[in-house]
Design a protein around this ligand. Structure first.
Ligand code: PLP
Length: 327
């Protein structure tokens, strides 16, 4: 989906026109992928809009920058205030918010020392990310996620998304909505842009961060919601084949939200049968599982202001909105 331009972009503390938020082709980030970024959503509420888990996202941006020794000239309060100022100035919410810190124009060597750090924040409308309202048809990728001590997977760095692109392109070319990456030891890691959860015999599992998964804010929200609902949830390494025999599988992410998975490698999820072909009629009759539905109801209920903000996850913004993005 093409980006829908808004009016302003926040650049190093000032609002500048969208068309003027440009960087030079010789900027360090263009050649070496030296950026860290975030993806955040603001949701429609019955009386206005609110940003979902804004401080947690900005803390992760600061953490990513710290890993890459990138000094950001803004603290968490200033970054959060920048998001609120931008959304209110553009008058666009619900929306997706993209803060990015990058190494700009300075020197051409790999050393980033002589290239200034620039911070930008943009916001724009963005609806559903993964195709398939009822459930997505996905595959296990032939590409592995990032190996430990190579590209740090706890940093949400632009360069990591070259690996995500390989996983996602392979999936798309083969007719799937998304790809699941295994870590270098063959254990389940995450989707190209989502964390993954598996339900089996009433227990919810998700891979620990040590399986090369990003520390997803939605992942953390789902862990919190599951415990609040009295469900049993475990962070465990998962073998690939558990995906195929799971009762329920779903992705979580800011873009993907809580996304049920209907089939993996053309094996239908949660039908309790063996050897049944994953044909059109079995796909048509498929429905998300009960645990996925409970968690999604709570997640969207809180995000859309229809349930109490019991965990203090919402930052209100003064923009009138009537329809939640992704509904
Ligand atoms: C690789 C990867 N894993 C997981 C996630 C989910 O993270 P979050 O819930 O913070 O959006 C994302 C999305 O940012 C991602 O790109």
């Amino acid at each position: 989906m093409p980006i829908q331009a808004t009016s302003k972009i926040w650049h190093n503390g000032n609002l500048i026109p969208w068309e003027q938020a440009n960087i030079h082709v010789m900027s360090h980030v263009i050649h070496y992928g030296s950026s860290v970024f975030e993806g955040i959503r603001a949701y429609g509420q019955p009386h206005g809009s609110a940003v979902f888990r804004l401080p947690e996202h900005m803390q992760r941006l600061l953490d990513s920058a710290k890993i890459y020794r990138m000094e950001l000239p803004f603290d968490i309060e200033e970054l959060c205030a920048g998001v609120v100022e931008l959304i209110e100035a553009n008058g666009v919410a619900p929306c997706y918010i993209r803060p990015i810190a990058l190494r700009g124009y300075g020197e051409i060597g790999v050393s980033p020392k002589g290239s200034p750090v620039e911070v930008y924040i943009a916001n724009f409308p963005w609806g559903k990310y993964i195709a398939g309202h009822g459930g997505a048809d996905v595959c296990v990728s032939s590409w592995n996620r990032l190996a430990p001590n190579t590209m740090p997977s706890l940093a949400k760095a632009g360069a990591n998304y070259m690996n995500s692109q390989l996983i996602h392109m392979e999936a798309e070319i083969n007719g799937y909505a998304e790809g699941i990456g295994l870590d270098v030891n063959g254990l389940v890691s995450e989707g190209s842009g989502e964390n993954i959860f598996v339900v089996r015999n009433g227990v919810i599992y998700t891979p620990p961060l040590s399986n090369s998964a990003l520390s997803g804010i939605t992942r953390d929200s789902v862990l919190t919601i599951s415990r609040h609902l009295g469900l049993t949830v475990k962070e465990r390494s998962l073998p690939r084949e558990l995906l195929y025999i799971a009762d329920e599988v779903f992705f979580t992410g800011t873009a993907a939200e809580v996304q049920p998975i209907r089939s993996i490698d053309r094996i239908l999820i949660g039908d309790g049968k063996s050897g049944v072909p994953c044909d059109e009629s079995s796909l048509q009759g498929w429905k998300p599982g009960e645990i996925t539905k409970k968690i999604a109801d709570e997640f969207f209920g809180i995000a859309n202001g229809l349930k109490p903000d019991r965990f203090g996850w919402l930052t209100p913004v003064k923009v009138n909105a009537t329809e939640p993005v992704g509904a």
